[in-house]
Write a protein that binds this ligand. Structure first.
Ligand code: NAD
Length: 365
């Protein structure tokens, strides 16, 4: 049995939580920049990434004291209280295992893992480990989505009955990223599936998916699609429609509408700046570039929540179970895409539905 260190309690509110970031790509750099001065109660002390040039550039930019090729050296530093994992998904389990053994709290980028077997192993690793774990479903911390959630909880639109969720990237990632990402539904739609569960206040019972490759034909080599739609059927009868595309041709576009028995709420916007140009019989505005711009406030708020939870000794609001549920929906959507048939989503703790949904160890192509 692995011996475990006990996670260090973070003392008074004035004490700084010492954080290390593993992986300094798009997301890791964003979290590192936030932690280096924008998150009261936290101090960024180390970066780990085998890409030494990128790591040292960021370390110099932010004045981070320590940098490592090997994440283990960061995890085992005595002065590191918590770790942000922003690496490609396939090495998550190894990093979580190391963090649990060292008693380090974890903020992990989504998804928890690319397949259910690994996700469930990670959940079991964390269970009773004494370390806190937050998953990077940042949309829940976006001011618009947080407000919509409060309104729905307060009964403003009555009983939610239908959710429509659109996600479009301006342009797609290279096939090298796609190959290890888990695919469109696992890599990207998990955010929408999490929103769907959270905003509808219900679990998804079954899904039906369609998809195709229209722009990035090279994704065929990774067994992935660039555009997909998923119909959702919730356990209490509610309905959902999700569409996702890696290429919008105009900008980054995340919009959600929840229809209730007494009204609807729409979340999302297209303009980056609140400026409209009216000229020559035309009306125009710019668009949001990417997730880093659209969810800038949400990335900051989710990290502040993580740090605050550690200071207060509270569980973060979004954890490994939320990641597991969303991945179950994503994998059911993938199974539906492949079989052309509707697919059930497993009911937690029910072995029958788990088996019907493809078992415990369903792998992504
Ligand atoms: N929440 C969001 O909005 C959001 C957006 C994009 C990506 N993500 C997630 O964030 C994660 C990272 O995605 P990204 O776009 O930043 O990828 P990226 O390719 O830009 O960065 C990954 C980084 O991890 C580094 N890395 C690889 N192996 C490593 C190791 N063994 N130890 C330490 N570092 C290692 C790479 O060198 C690279 O710098 C993915 O899981 C992705 O799903 C989340």
């Amino acid at each position: 049995m692995t011996s475990r260190s006990v996670a260090k309690p973070v003392g008074s509110k004035l004490e700084q939580l010492h954080v290390g970031v593993i992986g300094v790509g798009r997301m890791g750099a964003c979290h590192a920049r936030n932690l280096a001065g924008r998150i009261p109660g936290a101090r960024l002390v180390a970066l780990a990434d085998p890409d030494a040039a990128a790591r040292e550039r960021l370390r110099a930019e932010l004045g981070v004291p320590f940098g490592y090729d090997d994440f283990r050296e960061l995890v085992h530093r005595d002065d590191v209280d918590a770790v942000v994992i922003a690496t490609p998904v396939e090495i998550r389990e190894e990093i979580v295992r190391e963090c649990v053994a060292a008693g380090k709290h974890i903020f992990s980028e989504k998804p928890v893992a690319a397949d259910l077997a690994t996700t469930r192993r990670i959940r079991r690793l964390l269970s009773g480990a004494g370390v806190k774990y937050q998953l990077g479903f940042m949309r829940r911390f976006d001011p618009g989505y947080a407000y919509a959630y409060e309104q729905i909880q307060g009964g403003r639109i009555g009983q939610p009955v239908l959710i429509r969720l659109t996600s479009r990237d301006a342009s797609g990632p290279p096939v090298s990223y796609v190959r290890t990402s888990g695919g469109l539904f696992v890599d990207s739609s998990v955010h929408d599936f999490d929103l769907a569960r959270w905003l509808m206040g219900d679990e998804v019972a079954s899904v039906f998916a369609l998809g195709g490759r229209f722009v990035y034909h090279d994704y065929a080599a990774a067994g992935d699609i660039d555009t997909g739609v998923v119909a959702l059927h919730f356990r209490r009868g509610g309905l959902g429609l999700h569409d996702n595309s890696r290429h919008s041709g105009y900008g980054y576009d995340i919009r959600t509408e929840i229809l209730g028995t007494e009204g609807a709420i729409q979340v999302g916007y297209l303009e980056s700046r609140p400026v409209v140009v009216l000229q020559d019989g035309r009306v125009g505005h710019d668009t949001v570039a990417d997730f880093l711009e659209r969810f800038r406030d949400a990335y900051l708020a989710e990290m502040q929540h993580f740090v605050d939870c550690l200071h207060r000794g509270e569980e973060p609001a979004v954890g490994v179970e939320d990641g597991e549920r969303s991945l179950e929906i994503a994998l059911a959507a993938l199974a539906s895409l492949r079989t052309g048939q509707p697919q059930p989503v497993p009911v937690p703790g029910d072995p029958d539905t788990l088996e019907r949904a493809g078992g415990d160890g369903q792998e992504v192509a």
